[in-house]
Ligand binder design. Structure first.
Ligand SMILES: Nc1ncnc2c1ncn2[C@@H]1O[C@H](COP(=O)(O)OP(=O)(O)O)[C@@H](O)[C@H]1O
Ligand SMILES: [Mg+2]
Length: 441
């Protein structure tokens, strides 16, 4: 919520416009049945002039409501898209500051989901809040009061309908909420399975595990289908059930007004207006219920984004370290290193010194820690114990720019960024000449 508040401040003017528009829209839909009632009265009284006057007013009112609706949607879309873009950029920026350890903790795929799908969910949440949060209560309370004013005699129909719909919708939305949560878990699991299978494709193929993997995946996929089908059943049950309740309410209204129409002839004009209010109450409850179900998904995404934004980079550079030219001297003093989450150290008590201009090779069996050792020199990780120094400066006190200028590394597996090969070669030196690039290549 804090993230939304902070970003909403930037767009308070657009938010205000969208809320004003939504209030006008709700007001217009609440007032329309009353005008309709006046038209009906005029028709019953056979007063042509009044029919025309009220008719025109009704059209104007409906048009105002329509325009307000369009304005609301425009501003709501603008605000929600802007906030989503801001959050996405902020997250991206935050991830840039992450160390290897931070990224490993989240895993790359997970971070991508948090920057795409979760941001989309938040965008939809903001849109929904701006479109419905003010409108639903105004519509509900307004229609409720106006229905009671229109036909006070039939107050019990309104109350009974509200109670029935609230009770039944509460039951259904609760079930749906649970199922939506289950679906999210199953989708996460499906993604993991697919990712593992693709990443480990060599293992799968070399051990002839294709059939097993397919079976495993199919089981998960089938469960997902099952849960989705249950949600479909709930929906197909929900709509007719609500329809039944509201038609019973309409039927009761017509019945009771019709029975006493001789005693209360004015009620005839009020019937349409009363039914319209019943419908508005019905829709307010329905949309409110659906909104809370979907909103809970948005809040989950918001929490996941917050986790990224709140993560402190595991490794920071001293801001007060001066930029200096570091020599090529490299020294390790009693360095031990344990990967985050591991028990056994990958490096234990390593000490050595290399002078500028010297060239060394490090030899060892697979898994003996060669890569780990090399990663400590550009400070991709900090040693758990001991000190690594480049150019005589402990890396904990080094200036980031100076270190990057002094240390370069070639990865075991080359990664190309999108763009030209020349662009890739220029990653480390923006203004490299074509001679430089030829040499590096
Ligand atoms: N990112 C990592 N997280 C946890 N453990 C790791 C990670 N990378 C390597 N290790 C472990 O650290 C040890 C040293 O690995 P590594 O430095 O890659 O060895 P080498 O490059 O000599 O083959 C191994 O036991 C390996 O399993
Ligand atoms: Mg290695």
């Amino acid at each position: 919520m804090y993230i939304l508040k902070e970003h909403a401040k930037l767009y308070w003017r657009d938010i205000l416009f969208s809320i004003i528009a939504v209030v006008i829209m709700a007001g217009s839909s609440l007032w329309q049945p009353r005008l309709l009632q006046s038209v009906m009265q005029a028709i019953i009284a056979d007063d042509q002039d009044k029919v025309v006057t009220y008719g025109i007013q009704l059209i104007i009112l409906a048009t105002i409501g329509l325009i307000a609706g369009v304005i609301n949607t425009i501003f709501a879309a603008k605000v929600s898209q802007s906030i989503a873009a801001d959050v996405r950029q902020k997250e991206y920026q935050q991830i840039q500051s992450f160390s290897f350890a931070n990224i490993e903790k989240f895993s790359t795929g997970n971070l991508v989901v948090r920057m795409t799908n979760d941001v989309n969910q938040v965008q939809q949440l903001v849109m929904m809040i701006l479109q419905s949060l003010t409108r639903i209560p105004i519509l509900f309370v307004g229609a409720f009061i106006l229905a009671l004013i229109t036909l006070p005699r039939l107050w019990w129909i309104v109350v009974l309908m509200v109670v029935l719909i609230v009770l039944s919708s509460q039951f259904i939305f609760k079930q749906m909420g649970k199922l939506f949560f289950k679906i999210q878990q199953l989708i996460d699991h499906t993604n993991t399975l697919a990712k593992e299978n693709l990443q480990g494709v060599r293992v799968v193929k070399s051990f002839n595990q294709e059939e097993n993997e397919t079976k495993h995946f199919t089981e998960n996929s089938d469960e997902l289908t099952q849960v989705n089908t249950i949600i479909g059943y709930l929906f197909s049950l929900m709509i007719p059930m609500f329809m039944l309740i509201s038609y019973l309410a309409i039927g009761a209204t017509v019945l009771f007004v019709g029975r006493d129409v001789v005693k209360h002839p004015n009620d005839l004009a009020a019937v349409t207006s009363f039914i319209s209010y019943l419908m508005q109450i019905f829709f307010a409850i329905m949309i409110g219920g659906m909104m809370s179900t979907f909103a809970s998904r948005g809040f989950v995404s918001l929490a996941r984004i917050k986790e990224v934004l709140d993560t402190k980079p595991a490794l920071t550079y001293r801001a007060d370290a001066p930029e200096t030219d570091l020599s090529g001297d490299v020294s390790f003093k009693n360095v031990s290193f344990t990967y985050p989450g591991d028990d056994e150290p990958a490096l234990k008590n390593v000490s050595f010194e290399v002078k500028s201009g010297e060239m060394i090779g490090i030899v060892g069996a697979t898994g003996s820690g060669k890569t780990t050792l090399a990663q400590l020199i550009p400070r991709l990780y900090d040693p758990t114990i001991g000190e690594v120094a480049v150019g005589g400066t402990d890396l904990k006190n080094v200036n980031e720019k100076s270190l990057r200028a002094a240390v370069s590394f070639v990865l075991q597996r080359a990664i190309l960024f999108s763009g030209k090969i020349a662009d890739n070669l220029r990653q480390g030196k923006k203004n490299a000449s074509s001679e430089d690039m030829k040499r590096a290549a």
